[in-house]
Design a protein around this ligand. Structure first.
Ligand SMILES: [Fe+2]
Length: 278
Protein backbone atom coordinates (compact mmCIF):
# COMPACT_ATOMS: atom_id res chain seq x y z
CA UNK A 1 0.00 0.00 0.00
CA UNK A 2 2.72 2.47 0.97
CA UNK A 3 4.63 1.81 -2.24
CA UNK A 4 1.53 2.42 -4.38
CA UNK A 5 0.90 5.79 -2.75
CA UNK A 6 4.56 6.80 -3.08
CA UNK A 7 4.45 5.84 -6.78
CA UNK A 8 1.31 7.94 -7.29
CA UNK A 9 3.13 10.98 -5.88
CA UNK A 10 6.44 10.30 -7.61
CA UNK A 11 5.99 12.78 -10.47
CA UNK A 12 5.60 15.79 -8.12
CA UNK A 13 7.61 18.44 -10.01
CA UNK A 14 8.83 20.26 -6.90
CA UNK A 15 11.59 18.00 -5.51
CA UNK A 16 11.32 19.31 -1.95
CA UNK A 17 7.54 18.81 -1.87
CA UNK A 18 8.08 15.30 -3.28
CA UNK A 19 10.63 14.54 -0.54
CA UNK A 20 8.52 15.93 2.32
CA UNK A 21 5.30 14.20 1.21
CA UNK A 22 7.04 10.86 0.64
CA UNK A 23 8.51 11.00 4.14
CA UNK A 24 5.17 12.04 5.65
CA UNK A 25 3.28 9.19 3.97
CA UNK A 26 5.90 6.61 5.00
CA UNK A 27 5.77 7.74 8.63
CA UNK A 28 1.96 8.02 8.73
CA UNK A 29 1.58 4.52 7.30
CA UNK A 30 4.11 3.20 9.82
CA UNK A 31 2.18 4.96 12.59
CA UNK A 32 -1.08 3.29 11.53
CA UNK A 33 0.59 -0.12 11.35
CA UNK A 34 1.98 0.35 14.85
CA UNK A 35 -1.05 1.96 16.57
CA UNK A 36 -3.62 -0.10 14.60
CA UNK A 37 -6.53 2.32 15.22
CA UNK A 38 -10.06 0.99 14.86
CA UNK A 39 -12.20 2.70 12.22
CA UNK A 40 -14.01 4.49 15.02
CA UNK A 41 -10.74 5.74 16.51
CA UNK A 42 -9.58 6.92 13.09
CA UNK A 43 -12.81 8.90 12.65
CA UNK A 44 -12.34 10.41 16.11
CA UNK A 45 -8.81 11.50 15.12
CA UNK A 46 -9.96 13.09 11.87
CA UNK A 47 -12.79 14.85 13.69
CA UNK A 48 -10.28 16.15 16.24
CA UNK A 49 -8.14 17.71 13.49
CA UNK A 50 -11.24 19.16 11.83
CA UNK A 51 -12.22 20.77 15.13
CA UNK A 52 -8.68 22.14 15.63
CA UNK A 53 -9.06 23.94 12.28
CA UNK A 54 -12.53 25.23 13.10
CA UNK A 55 -11.39 26.52 16.53
CA UNK A 56 -8.78 28.75 14.87
CA UNK A 57 -9.76 32.29 14.02
CA UNK A 58 -9.27 35.93 14.95
CA UNK A 59 -8.79 35.15 18.65
CA UNK A 60 -6.48 32.13 18.54
CA UNK A 61 -4.58 29.69 16.39
CA UNK A 62 -5.46 26.22 17.69
CA UNK A 63 -3.24 24.55 15.08
CA UNK A 64 -0.11 26.24 16.42
CA UNK A 65 -1.23 25.36 19.94
CA UNK A 66 -1.55 21.68 18.97
CA UNK A 67 1.90 21.78 17.40
CA UNK A 68 3.27 23.36 20.61
CA UNK A 69 1.59 20.79 22.90
CA UNK A 70 3.00 17.88 20.89
CA UNK A 71 6.55 19.28 21.07
CA UNK A 72 6.59 19.78 17.29
CA UNK A 73 7.20 23.54 17.40
CA UNK A 74 10.18 23.22 19.74
CA UNK A 75 11.59 20.33 17.70
CA UNK A 76 11.44 22.40 14.50
CA UNK A 77 13.30 25.19 16.32
CA UNK A 78 15.96 22.71 17.47
CA UNK A 79 16.39 21.36 13.93
CA UNK A 80 16.72 24.80 12.37
CA UNK A 81 18.93 26.51 14.92
CA UNK A 82 22.43 25.17 15.36
CA UNK A 83 23.50 25.46 18.97
CA UNK A 84 26.82 25.75 20.68
CA UNK A 85 28.43 28.76 19.01
CA UNK A 86 27.39 31.00 21.88
CA UNK A 87 24.18 32.32 20.37
CA UNK A 88 21.11 32.76 22.59
CA UNK A 89 18.78 29.77 22.68
CA UNK A 90 15.74 30.31 20.48
CA UNK A 91 12.23 29.66 21.84
CA UNK A 92 8.72 29.45 20.47
CA UNK A 93 7.15 32.40 18.67
CA UNK A 94 3.86 31.30 20.23
CA UNK A 95 0.37 31.89 18.92
CA UNK A 96 -0.07 35.49 20.15
CA UNK A 97 2.66 37.36 18.28
CA UNK A 98 1.42 40.41 16.34
CA UNK A 99 3.43 42.11 13.62
CA UNK A 100 3.92 45.89 13.53
CA UNK A 101 3.51 46.63 17.22
CA UNK A 102 4.21 50.30 18.13
CA UNK A 103 7.79 51.63 17.81
CA UNK A 104 8.75 52.96 21.23
CA UNK A 105 11.35 55.43 22.53
CA UNK A 106 14.13 54.08 24.78
CA UNK A 107 12.80 53.48 28.29
CA UNK A 108 9.15 53.79 27.28
CA UNK A 109 6.56 51.64 29.05
CA UNK A 110 4.73 48.99 27.04
CA UNK A 111 2.06 48.79 29.75
CA UNK A 112 -0.81 50.70 28.13
CA UNK A 113 -3.45 49.55 30.62
CA UNK A 114 -4.33 51.91 33.51
CA UNK A 115 -4.77 48.85 35.75
CA UNK A 116 -0.99 48.34 35.49
CA UNK A 117 0.69 45.62 37.51
CA UNK A 118 3.87 45.06 39.48
CA UNK A 119 6.36 47.44 37.80
CA UNK A 120 9.26 45.96 35.85
CA UNK A 121 12.35 47.65 34.43
CA UNK A 122 14.12 45.61 31.76
CA UNK A 123 17.56 46.37 30.35
CA UNK A 124 19.09 44.26 27.63
CA UNK A 125 22.16 44.17 25.43
CA UNK A 126 22.53 42.52 22.04
CA UNK A 127 25.93 41.34 20.87
CA UNK A 128 27.28 39.18 18.06
CA UNK A 129 29.20 35.93 18.49
CA UNK A 130 32.39 37.93 19.02
CA UNK A 131 30.89 40.00 21.85
CA UNK A 132 30.60 43.15 19.70
CA UNK A 133 27.45 45.27 20.10
CA UNK A 134 24.71 44.86 17.52
CA UNK A 135 23.47 48.41 16.96
CA UNK A 136 20.23 49.26 15.17
CA UNK A 137 18.58 45.88 15.76
CA UNK A 138 14.81 45.95 16.15
CA UNK A 139 13.71 44.38 19.44
CA UNK A 140 10.11 43.20 19.38
CA UNK A 141 8.73 42.58 22.89
CA UNK A 142 5.41 41.07 23.92
CA UNK A 143 3.99 39.46 27.05
CA UNK A 144 0.80 38.41 28.78
CA UNK A 145 -0.95 40.74 31.24
CA UNK A 146 -1.02 40.10 35.02
CA UNK A 147 -4.26 38.13 34.51
CA UNK A 148 -2.42 35.79 32.15
CA UNK A 149 -3.92 36.90 28.82
CA UNK A 150 -2.37 38.56 25.78
CA UNK A 151 -4.19 41.69 24.63
CA UNK A 152 -5.43 39.98 21.47
CA UNK A 153 -7.13 37.36 23.66
CA UNK A 154 -8.69 39.88 25.99
CA UNK A 155 -11.20 42.59 24.99
CA UNK A 156 -10.62 44.32 28.37
CA UNK A 157 -7.08 45.38 27.40
CA UNK A 158 -6.15 48.36 25.19
CA UNK A 159 -4.87 47.62 21.71
CA UNK A 160 -1.17 46.62 21.72
CA UNK A 161 -1.04 46.50 25.53
CA UNK A 162 2.27 44.95 26.63
CA UNK A 163 3.71 45.02 23.13
CA UNK A 164 6.30 47.31 21.64
CA UNK A 165 9.36 47.58 19.44
CA UNK A 166 12.66 49.18 20.43
CA UNK A 167 15.92 49.79 18.61
CA UNK A 168 19.31 48.95 20.08
CA UNK A 169 21.72 51.87 20.53
CA UNK A 170 25.36 52.08 19.40
CA UNK A 171 26.36 49.86 22.34
CA UNK A 172 23.69 47.25 21.49
CA UNK A 173 21.62 48.27 24.50
CA UNK A 174 17.89 48.78 24.91
CA UNK A 175 15.62 49.26 27.90
CA UNK A 176 11.93 49.55 28.61
CA UNK A 177 9.38 49.48 31.39
CA UNK A 178 6.57 46.99 31.76
CA UNK A 179 4.89 44.84 34.39
CA UNK A 180 6.30 41.69 35.91
CA UNK A 181 5.07 38.77 33.79
CA UNK A 182 2.79 36.10 35.21
CA UNK A 183 2.51 32.44 34.25
CA UNK A 184 -0.59 31.54 32.32
CA UNK A 185 -2.48 28.52 31.04
CA UNK A 186 -2.62 27.97 27.29
CA UNK A 187 -6.22 28.19 26.01
CA UNK A 188 -8.13 25.10 27.14
CA UNK A 189 -11.58 25.89 25.74
CA UNK A 190 -10.98 24.03 22.47
CA UNK A 191 -9.97 20.55 21.31
CA UNK A 192 -6.40 21.07 22.60
CA UNK A 193 -7.83 21.57 26.09
CA UNK A 194 -9.75 18.30 25.74
CA UNK A 195 -6.49 16.58 24.81
CA UNK A 196 -4.62 18.00 27.83
CA UNK A 197 -7.40 16.85 30.18
CA UNK A 198 -7.49 13.40 28.58
CA UNK A 199 -3.72 13.16 29.12
CA UNK A 200 -3.85 14.46 32.72
CA UNK A 201 -1.50 17.34 31.80
CA UNK A 202 -1.52 20.81 33.37
CA UNK A 203 -1.92 23.72 30.90
CA UNK A 204 0.60 26.18 32.40
CA UNK A 205 3.54 28.03 30.95
CA UNK A 206 6.12 29.57 33.28
CA UNK A 207 6.01 33.40 33.36
CA UNK A 208 7.99 34.84 30.47
CA UNK A 209 8.54 37.75 28.11
CA UNK A 210 8.78 37.16 24.36
CA UNK A 211 11.61 38.81 22.44
CA UNK A 212 12.42 38.93 18.74
CA UNK A 213 15.60 40.54 17.41
CA UNK A 214 16.02 41.37 13.74
CA UNK A 215 18.62 43.14 11.65
CA UNK A 216 19.93 42.66 8.11
CA UNK A 217 22.91 40.28 8.11
CA UNK A 218 21.80 38.47 11.27
CA UNK A 219 19.61 35.43 11.74
CA UNK A 220 16.37 36.65 13.33
CA UNK A 221 16.38 35.55 16.96
CA UNK A 222 12.98 34.58 18.38
CA UNK A 223 13.20 33.76 22.05
CA UNK A 224 11.68 34.12 25.51
CA UNK A 225 13.10 34.95 28.95
CA UNK A 226 11.53 33.04 31.84
CA UNK A 227 11.10 34.11 35.46
CA UNK A 228 13.64 31.84 37.13
CA UNK A 229 11.66 31.21 40.33
CA UNK A 230 8.45 30.16 38.54
CA UNK A 231 7.16 26.79 39.76
CA UNK A 232 6.45 25.63 36.20
CA UNK A 233 9.88 26.34 34.78
CA UNK A 234 10.80 22.65 34.65
CA UNK A 235 7.35 21.61 33.38
CA UNK A 236 6.48 24.04 30.60
CA UNK A 237 3.38 22.64 28.85
CA UNK A 238 4.86 23.53 25.45
CA UNK A 239 8.44 22.39 26.22
CA UNK A 240 9.92 25.84 25.55
CA UNK A 241 11.75 26.80 28.76
CA UNK A 242 15.49 26.18 29.07
CA UNK A 243 17.93 26.91 31.89
CA UNK A 244 19.87 29.33 29.70
CA UNK A 245 16.71 31.39 29.14
CA UNK A 246 15.97 31.81 32.86
CA UNK A 247 16.20 35.44 33.90
CA UNK A 248 16.73 36.87 37.34
CA UNK A 249 13.68 39.12 37.84
CA UNK A 250 15.10 40.75 40.96
CA UNK A 251 12.61 42.48 43.28
CA UNK A 252 13.97 45.81 44.55
CA UNK A 253 12.97 47.30 47.96
CA UNK A 254 10.61 49.79 46.24
CA UNK A 255 8.57 46.91 44.79
CA UNK A 256 9.94 47.26 41.26
CA UNK A 257 11.33 44.17 39.58
CA UNK A 258 14.47 44.49 37.52
CA UNK A 259 15.66 42.20 34.75
CA UNK A 260 18.98 42.44 32.93
CA UNK A 261 19.63 40.00 30.13
CA UNK A 262 22.16 39.65 27.33
CA UNK A 263 21.24 38.30 23.89
CA UNK A 264 23.64 36.97 21.27
CA UNK A 265 22.73 36.98 17.58
CA UNK A 266 24.44 34.90 14.92
CA UNK A 267 25.10 35.85 11.31
CA UNK A 268 22.40 34.78 8.88
CA UNK A 269 19.24 35.80 7.17
CA UNK A 270 16.78 38.32 8.52
CA UNK A 271 13.35 36.75 8.28
CA UNK A 272 10.21 37.98 10.00
CA UNK A 273 7.64 35.33 10.92
CA UNK A 274 4.08 35.45 9.74
CA UNK A 275 1.77 36.52 12.57
CA UNK A 276 -0.27 33.48 13.68
CA UNK A 277 -3.42 35.61 14.02
CA UNK A 278 -4.09 39.03 12.47
FE1 LIG B 1 3.81 33.54 25.75
Amino acid sequence: MTGIVLAAMSRTPDPRLREIMASLVKHLHAFLREARPTEEEFETGLDFLLRVGKASGAQKNEMILLSDLLGLSTLVIMINNARGAGETDPALLGPFYRAQSPMCAPGESISRDARGGEPLAMAGRVTDLGGNPVAGAIVDVWQASPVGLYENQDPEQPDHNLRGRFETNADGRFHFRSVRPTGYPVPTDGPCGELLRAQDRHPYRPAHIHFMFSKEGYKTLVTQVFVNDDNCIAADVVFGATTALSGNFERLPDGTSRLEFGFVMQPGKRRLPRAPIP
